[in-house]
Design a protein around this ligand. Structure first.
Ligand code: ADA
Ligand code: CA
Ligand code: CA
Length: 223
């Protein structure tokens, strides 16, 4: 099928409806992490990736990532099938467009940076379902943009690695998030959050962040 972009947020004054994961007839089973140096995924056609023997999708931390994006690499038009394993790892300055997680494994996407600034990680379009814990796990300083995204079922949408104190800028626009506990959790006082034009449906809390962290929100609708 050709790709239909998901445009987040209702902006209609009513609760946005549920959306379903797209389907495709292009299905590929993989047995090891796909290491992406430059780019992976077709311009228009969606491909579903089925990870085999790479982890069981539980909370076990030793599962393989489905994709590893090297510095500057991009990923587009992908469905990551159950069991999800350790999702997508981003080394830095990555673009992740129209990527769908059918059933999030240990987590969906990790910013796999340590001490040095990982640049801007852009997640545009796509969605994730059924995360037992986290969707976006940030393990190093970066700027992360989450735009036109759909999330249904999570403990945290974004978690800055527990106990970390690095600088992180989190920009969220046109998100629909439903059935979650906390949208953003961080222990870093250098957390800077912007959230615009988004709908939160049955989400327990917007943030768990230190008092020094900054948050700016406009047009956030809580249902
Ligand atoms: C847990 C764990 C971290 C890291 C993270 C992840 O938070 O404590 O060390 O492994 O998960 O990246 O999944
Ligand atoms: Ca984890
Ligand atoms: Ca993980």
């Amino acid at each position: 099928m050709s790709v239909k972009w998901f445009k987040g947020s209702s902006n209609q004054g009513s609760v946005p409806g549920k959306i379903k994961i797209p389907t495709t007839d292009d299905v590929l089973t993989i047995h090891d992490t796909v290491d992406v140096a430059v780019s992976y995924g077709d311009e228009v056609k969606l491909r579903k990736i089925v990870p085999d023997n790479m982890g069981d999708g539980s909370q076990d931390e030793n599962q393989k990532p489905v994709f590893k994006l090297q510095q500057g690499a991009e990923l587009q038009n992908i469905i990551i099938s159950k069991p999800g394993c350790d999702g997508v790892h981003c080394k830095g300055a990555n673009e992740v467009r129209n990527v769908w997680w059918e059933d999030v494994g240990e987590d969906a996407l990790t910013v796999d940076a340590s001490d040095s600034f990982a640049g801007k990680i852009e997640i545009i379009g796509g969605g994730a379902w059924n995360a037992k814990d986290k969707i976006f796990q940030i393990n190093g300083p970066c700027e992360i943009h989450i735009i036109d995204f759909y999330a249904d079922g999570f403990s945290k949408l974004v978690r800055v690695n527990g106990g970390s104190k690095f600088k992180v800028d989190i920009y969220i626009e046109s998100l629909i998030a439903r059935n979650g506990s906390v949208l953003i959790k961080s222990d870093s006082p250098y957390t800077n959050i912007t959230i615009k034009n988004s709908d939160l449906i049955k989400v327990g809390k917007l943030t768990e962040i230190p008092k020094e962290a900054k948050i700016k929100k406009t047009d956030v609708r809580i249902w």
